[in-house]
Design a protein around this ligand. Sequence first.
Ligand code: FAD
Ligand code: SF4
Ligand code: SF4
Length: 634
Amino acid sequence: MINGTEKCMEITAPAHGDSAEVQRQRIDADIVCVGFGPATAGFLTTLSKQLVNQDGTPAVESAVMPGAPPQVLCYERADDIGFGVSGVVTRARGLRASFPDFDPKNIPMAAPVTEEKVVYLLDPIGASRRSRTLRAADACIRALRGLLPFQDGAVELPWSPPFLHKTGGLVLSMGQFMQWVGAQVQSTGAVQIWPGTPVAEALIEDHRVTGVRLLDQGVDKQGKPGDGFMPGMDIHAALTVVGDGPVGPIGQQLDAQFGLPEGHHMRDWAVGMKFVMDLPADTALQPGTVLHTFGFPEPEIFGFLYVHPDHVASLGIFVPSWFDTPVRTAYRYLQHWMQHPYLWRHLKGSKLRSWGAKTLGESGRRGEPHLVGDGFARIGEGSGSTNVLTGSGVDEAWTTGAQLAESVLELLKAKRPFTRQNLEETYLKRRRASWVEVEARVAERSRDGFQKGVLRGMVGMALAGLTHGRFTLNGEPVPPYKRIPTIEEYYRGRIPEREIQQLRQECAIKGVSLHGALMQRCGWPAIPYDGQLLVSHQDALLLGGKVQAPPGYADHVVFLYPELCERCGTKICIELCSGQAIAPGEGGVPDFDREKCVHCGACYWNCAQPIPGNPERMNIAFRAGTGGLHSAEN
Ligand SMILES: Cc1cc2nc3c(=O)[nH]c(=O)nc-3n(C[C@H](O)[C@H](O)[C@H](O)COP(=O)(O)OP(=O)(O)OC[C@H]3O[C@@H](n4cnc5c(N)ncnc54)[C@H](O)[C@@H]3O)c2cc1C
Ligand code: SF4
Ligand code: SF4
């Protein structure tokens, strides 16, 4: 019988069913990197500046190409550099340390932060699922509106806690910034970045990581070789740098292989979905403005709006794993959020430029895996660097990458191998002594209060932030599936079961998710599509995300135990899917359409069923895959 861990390993292994006849090409490098996000960008920026002396001679020597500088390769899954999603407002401490002469004018869409506001949005529709306490609070606010900074159904908080401030920081398009960094790094000639090249797995021999295997091409959806089969190459390297983000398959494989440190778990997540838009030319929003919202469309959903130069804004919402509903649909909620009168007065008449979604690993320090081992090191969000208290991940990810680069240079110069012990004595030591660690410790338990409600969560967060982590409110994070009631349970008292059944059948016949019908039934108005900004989900995929998937690759989203899907009462994977790539399928097992997938990874942690033998692992595998978003504005 297959136990949970073995199944976990099996799914992170390549799907081609390797056999003796498969001849794989081999490349020998010194360092191989997985993923080119902010973490690896920080690593390569720091490393590439110090590999070669000013006179062109190697500052340190390659082990695989004697006489040359170390051979450094980086493989990125997305079809080009910067095709991911992020906010971003950042204090940019790490970025500025790497680029002391940094001038935002050199990067498209970059602006210094000029104004920050935290805004509480009341419910203008009456459909939001507010607790009695929150409804009472809303009634008080409305009654006292003349005395409060109340405007268009919202209250701008007169004071916001300092830990949220990004004073002196930057508003960026991460896509544009990453393209700029990619060009800088490659112009040194010291490293190569290969986009459109997913890494399928880490090569592991006797508990030592010896490199990576790239994804097979010319296979069918199940990974079986067909015409034009090209087995993925094996890249052997003394050091594998894993910076594949919060749901990266190589991080998953290492977690399955080496486990997590005692007491650590990854149970807190969110999916962030965003629009980039052209605001009306006469907008009152000034570049560098930063708004954070809470309260609407649901109390658990936080929103953000950042203003770039030239009347462009990035905005979106986060739907967290502790949002206890089986309809965690980011797209529909994002459209209701944008139409809140407080925001709509600025957004009306705007035009969609870009759209996308991505998972945020919210466990932070508590989700930290083993950061180093023989032959590997982990950096960035997949290494637990994201700070949920300050709402900051880019600067932290970048800084962990820069710290690893300094450590690698130290080891190369001393001709010490990349063993676990040597990496602990260099990278781990730097990381533990840095602001990333100090602030991560403060944030570690800051959001536990949200496990027992929003108001409690906000109080707990404020307490943790204001007391530097000494106090917060308790709440034990549980795996997301434990928080998901069935649709019948959730709507009990509001929609009769018979009606839910009927709506379910109608939606299954149309091949669409159920949440639209359920939300409408509970008072959420239909979205008045205008073809410009309020567009259908399909139009957002095509116009905003420009989503594509090249042929000849295996499906990267896989339903591990179909029998669990057949019995599943929520089918939350269909309801939440950011790209409508998961749809009702035959016999209760959903269908996956690779061509619509934006690689947000939200299905991986949202699935409602744990697999047999592993209560921390859900029934969806999220493997390495190609394609996805084709926009570098996010
Ligand atoms: C909507 C949204 C808004 C956010 N806003 C902010 C903000 O305002 N400020 C802030 O500081 N942070 C923000 N964040 C968080 C921030 O984006 C992350 O913390 C940061 O991007 C983490 O960087 P990383 O390099 O660790 O991982 P990632 O950015 O996830 O990069 C990982 C890279 O690895 C690649 N990859 C994955 N698997 C493979 C594979 N098998 N082979 C090859 N490549 C692979 C991915 O394509 C990706 O390019 C936001 C996040 C979201 C989703
Ligand atoms: S993948 Fe998970 S959420 Fe989706 S139907 Fe299967 S068990 Fe249910
Ligand atoms: S199928 Fe793709 S788009 Fe849908 S939730 Fe999963 S990763 Fe995101």
